[in-house]
Design a protein around this ligand. Structure first.
Ligand SMILES: Nc1ncnc2c1ncn2[C@@H]1O[C@H](COP(=O)(O)OP(=O)(O)OP(=O)(O)O)[C@@H](O)[C@H]1O
Length: 610
């Protein structure tokens, strides 16, 4: 049986070297206060000796005899005063050390909880994006908001266990110095209690895991209630959702009850066992005719030892009870088995010739069906031109954007940027040259100015206004009482969908990127505004590369090229001018008869179009 939960070492690593360096101080303070406590209790032997008129060391050996000689040269009265002062002094100093220890452990606890949360956020920010496609948001939320606190509690439990262990070791050493026979009896008894306790607390792991998984489920339900407020109301599902939530909440209650009952049974049980041990020692000492002051000192030491031993056992069972939470936190902290962030460290200074998808195939991993969503896609995006990416719903357009932004990587094939593989380029340098406005990218909970300049710390109010004008957002922003200082609320809840889209577009335009990607970025914008936005985009044409995804003909009308997708396959790539007269439906159904190079040509040779 491992002494500590296997997840603890990783937690301590997250904890930081600086804080770890403080741990010896915790041990030293714990030991020092225990030494003072043991010493103070030991001095009771000569004190009682004087009071009871047994001032000599008859019947005593070893350390007890040494203590019995403390102040032996003084008169009885002076000795009594000196010993009393020494006892009081040691109690006082012991409590000063104990308080210093409390301060230190509280400081370390605070730092530990912060370090764990910080490490969790670091992991979330650095992990490869596909992680979010596979994991339940409820689970992630539960780990950060609930389990991270429990992991911090585990660290505090370990710290107080260190203090208790230090005290127990010292008090046992004092017991040993007083009588090795009685100490042997005590140690055997304590070992028995410890074994009984360990066996009982081993069955806390299951309920602890059950609490963690039910908490994840409950967090998912909470997220659902927050996000689906309109859906639930319009379909009149309040009662049903309430019942589902209550079931999830009650499952947490029931799992926690089982855990707490099992945990709660341990302290009374160990207290009874300790009491049995205590009595056994007293009776044993009496039977062995140990001197009375020695028995008193031994019993007091034993009495003081018990809370530390019980605290140690309590720490053990608490750690077992927290094992589900610890496993969840260490799972999130552990980089192994998680998608890596995009690799590659090549520099990128700007797009010159263009981007080529070369036979790219892609499947979203982690889904049960694992359907191929992009089949051998080959097409080009010319630099300084606008390319419309069109196709019916589910054709794979957003997947292409995900690949371009390196949120996901191709299974086979390559994406070439100016002839170099994209996966060899440093992802953050590449992304600095891209801006994405998409129906899925949210606004941040801040002001309109903060949203427009998100990721552009150097952007001024003028820059923000210029971008807002280009995105047809300036007018409505100016009409708001607080203008650019208006707080948009969580996910931009205080704005209309069209207003949110225009701010998101301004956020993309303020970067003036090499590659602007608009994925259904204006589908909620009114016709007039959209026409003006298209004019803006036209003015960028020839200067910057733009990819536009839309189901509206008007939105793609200014594009130079069009790539038509169907069922994850590139059906056609052509200059848009040649097909501009066709409606969107006709474009979607267009057969790959005149494909200048690229995927269509390849298929004509080998593979029928789907
Ligand atoms: N995270 C995901 N996990 C699994 N499959 C996904 C995921 N995202 C998309 N898909 C699947 O990939 C296919 C292509 O989806 P994609 O979002 O690229 O389509 P789209 O052409 O952008 O559609 P729309 O016009 O509706 O936005 C679809 O069949 C979809 O079900």
């Amino acid at each position: 049986m491992p002494l500590l939960p296997p997840s603890l070492p990783m937690l301590f690593r997250a904890f930081g070297k600086k804080q770890l360096r403080l741990l010896p101080a915790v041990v030293v303070l714990g030991l020092a206060s225990a030494v003072l406590e043991g010493f103070g209790i030991g001095l009771i032997i000569p004190l009682l000796g004087i009071i009871m008129g047994h001032g000599d060391a008859a019947g005593m050996a070893g350390f007890s005899a040494v203590l019995q000689h403390v102040g032996a040269s003084l008169s009885e009265r002076d000795r009594l005063i000196v010993i009393s002062i020494a006892i009081l002094g040691s109690i006082l100093l012991k409590n000063v050390f104990a308080f210093a220890n409390t301060l230190l452990t509280t400081f370390i606890y605070g730092k530990a909880s912060h370090s764990i949360r910080s490490a969790l956020s670091e992991r979330l920010l650095r992990v490869g994006y596909p992680f979010f496609l596979r994991q339940s948001p409820g689970r992630l939320l539960n780990i950060i908001s609930n389990e991270s606190w429990r992991a911090s509690d585990a660290i505090q439990i370990v710290l107080s266990a260190i203090v208790s262990a230090s005290a127990a070791i010292i008090l046992l050493a004092f017991l040993l110095l007083l009588s090795w026979r009685m100490t042997l009896l005590v140690t055997l008894g304590l070992a028995g209690v410890q074994i009984a306790h360990a066996i009982l607390s081993a069955n806390l792991k299951g309920p602890s895991r059950s609490v963690a998984s039910r908490n994840s489920h409950l967090a998912s339900q909470m997220l659902h209630l927050v996000h689906a407020g309109r859906l639930i109301r319009i379909f009149g599902q309040e009662s049903r959702e309430k019942a589902i939530f209550d079931t999830a909440s009650d499952a947490v209650r029931r799992a926690s009850f089982v855990l707490l009952v099992r945990q709660g049974a341990l302290p009374p049980l160990t207290e009874v066992l300790h009491a049995v041990l205590f009595l056994a020692v007293v009776i044993g000492a009496w039977l062995a005719q140990v001197s009375f002051p020695l028995i008193i000192a031994f019993v007091i030491l034993l009495y003081r030892l018990q809370p530390h031993m019980r605290a140690l056992q309590g720490s053990w069972s608490q750690l077992q009870g927290l094992s589900g939470s610890l496993e969840e936190v260490t799972w999130m902290l552990d980089p192994s088995g998680k998608p890596q962030p995009p690799q590659g460290d090549g520099p990128f200074h700007g797009l010159r010739q263009g981007i080529k998808f070369d036979d790219v195939t892609f499947t979203y991993s982690g889904t049960d069906q694992r359907e191929v969503v992009l089949h051998s896609a080959t097409f080009e995006i010319r630099s300084g031109r606008s390319t419309a990416l069109i196709g019916r719903s589910g054709a794979g357009k957003t997947t292409i954007v995900n690949l371009l932004c390196r949120f996901v990587e191709p299974d086979t094939g390559r994406i070439l940027v100016d002839g170099s593989p994209l996966d060899g380029i440093d992802a953050s340098q590449w992304r600095r040259h891209i801006a994405l406005a998409s129906q899925e990218l949210e606004l941040v909970d801040g002001t309109i100015f903060e949203n427009i300049t998100y990721g552009q710390d150097a952007a001024t109010a003028d820059d923000a206004e210029r971008a807002a004008r280009l995105a047809e957002a300036h007018e409505f922003i100016e009409r708001l009482p607080l203008g650019y200082d208006t707080v948009v609320g969580y996910r931009g809840i205080n704005l209309s969908a069209g207003q949110r889209q225009r701010i998101a577009l301004a956020r993309a335009l303020v970067r003036d990127p090499d590659l602007l990607i608009l994925d259904e970025a204006t589908n909620a914008v009114d016709g007039l505004s959209e026409a003006a936005i298209v004019e803006t985009l036209k003015s960028r044409a020839g200067r910057r590369t733009t990819i536009v995804i839309s189901h509206h003909h008007s939105t793609i009308s200014f594009c130079d090229d069009v790539v038509i997708l169907s069922g994850g396959r590139v059906k056609k790539q052509a200059p848009f001018g040649a097909l501009a007269s066709l409606s969107m439906d006709e474009l979607y159904q267009h057969e790959p008869s005149v494909t200048p190079g690229g995927a269509g040509a390849k298929r004509r040779r080998g593979e029928p179009a789907k």
